[in-house]
Design a protein around this ligand. Structure first.
Ligand code: C2E
Ligand code: CA
Ligand code: CA
Length: 359
């Protein structure tokens, strides 16, 4: 730093530097950011251990007379946030669109809270069928958000928003309760699958939430299936494994969703005895045209059998894919070929359990 720079610790692991503009202008600030990144990221050896420290930087160029202190700090924060969300260990310069994006995301988060509070998130159900008999085994609960202005918003978008804004526990509990209540009125051999976010599993009391929901809705634990992704096991896997074993001892089944898309999925199969794995749609999409995809699906099915796990292929859309999956001996299938997600009222379990596969 220069003698004229002001360096301050804002708290925790946050620091600020105030530097007066010189003839190097913004370019000088970027050089400074690069030097800071290189300097701080260089490995340190502490008591024989090599320690690497990460750093993300947000830069705000102050407009004299236009910016007040609060605004300067907020803009620097937004730029920092952007650096973090774009992979960390980098710097970002504040741009006005960051403010606009932040505002609209904040508005959307407020709308989402409103929707959670007044039952504005209907839950739809999609069947998972037995590959041989085509009978419905399970219904997967998929939450929907019909937004008054923006129309249908994808759960991929608003579930991530709920996670970010700390609303995922409330959202997750709502879906779980709704799904268990609906399923309690269905024939007993039909199970209900509910997607659970990694953040929900991170909560120490998650098992209690599930146990309480089963009691209040009267659903038998054996009929509840929780779908998780491997991201659950990514960070604090000891804690996650404890929770998964607790859930299992309640009688609930655990499914590994989106199998094949993440990092080292095979080691996760050893970490926890999942009841079922769902082979990701990306492999099913190309199964009829890409030999590699067919091989992956066949190998996964064999592997699962060795671990006593059921395999479900998701996103089955065509008759051709269905035939390939039958050959690969997948145990269950799910996809538009058998039925799209729809409200509980539109499913009739009493009359005909067999779903017709259209040619
Ligand atoms: P997912 O758990 O992998 O769910 C399957 C997604 O694939 C659903 O999208 C479903 O509508 C879609 N799908 C099923 N069959 C087909 C098909 O044949 N073709 C195509 N093109 N798509 C098919 P959706 O409902 O938009 O949900 C997207 C994701 O949002 C889900 O992926 C899940 O990760 C998440 N999600 C949905 N509801 C919840 C929830 O209640 N809680 C949590 N934590 N996540 C949820
Ligand atoms: Ca799922
Ligand atoms: Ca999936």
């Amino acid at each position: 730093m220069r003698g004229s720079d002001l360096v301050a610790r804002l708290g925790g692991d946050e620091f600020a530097i105030v530097r007066g503009m010189d003839q190097t202008g913004t370019a000088g600030l970027l050089t400074l950011a690069e030097r800071l990144l290189a300097g701080i990221r260089a490995p340190y050896v502490i008591e024989g251990h090599q320690i690497a420290i990460g750093l993300s930087i947000g830069i705000k160029v102050v407009q004299p007379g236009l910016d007040d202190l609060q605004q300067i700090m907020r803009h620097a924060d937004l730029a920092l946030y952007r650096a973090k969300s774009e992979g960390r260990n980098c710097f970002r310069l504040f741009e006005i669109e960051m403010e606009e994006q932040h505002q609209s995301r904040r508005q959307l988060a407020l709308d989402l809270q409103g929707a959670i509070d007044c039952n504005g998130l209907p839950v739809h159900y999609q069947p998972i069928v037995d590959a041989v008999t085509l009978e419905i085994r399970t219904m997967e609960a998929l939450v929907r958000w019909p937004h008054a202005v923006q129309g249908m918003i994808s759960p991929v978008v608003f579930v991530a928003l709920a996670e970010e804004a700390g609303m995922i526990h409330q959202l997750g509990e709502w879906v779980l309760t709704r799904a268990c209540l609906d399923a309690a009125s269905w024939p007993e051999h039909i199970k209900i699958a509910v997607n659970v976010s990694a953040i929900q599993i991170g909560q120490a009391s998650f098992t209690n939430v599930v146990a309480r929901t089963l009691t209040t809705t009267g659903l038998a634990p054996e009929r509840l299936v929780l779908e998780i992704t491997e991201s659950v096991l990514l960070s604090d896997s000891d804690h996650a494994l404890t929770i998964l074993h607790e859930l299992r001892s309640l009688g609930v089944s655990i499914v590994l969703d989106d199998f094949g898309t993440g990092y080292s999925a095979l080691s996760y199969l050893k970490m926890f005895p999942f009841d079922e794995i769902k082979i990701d749609k990306s492999f099913i999409d190309d199964i009829a045209v890409h030999r590699g995809c067919a091989a992956i699906v066949a190998a996964t099915t064999m592997l699962a059998r060795a671990f006593d796990m059921i395999t479900t292929a998701e996103g089955v859309e065509t008759r051709e894919q269905y035939e390939f999956l039958r050959t690969a001996a997948v145990s269950q299938m799910q996809g538009y070929l058998f039925g799209k997600p729809a409200p509980a009222e539109s499913w009739d379990f009493s009359s005909k359990l067999r779903l017709a596969v259209s040619a």
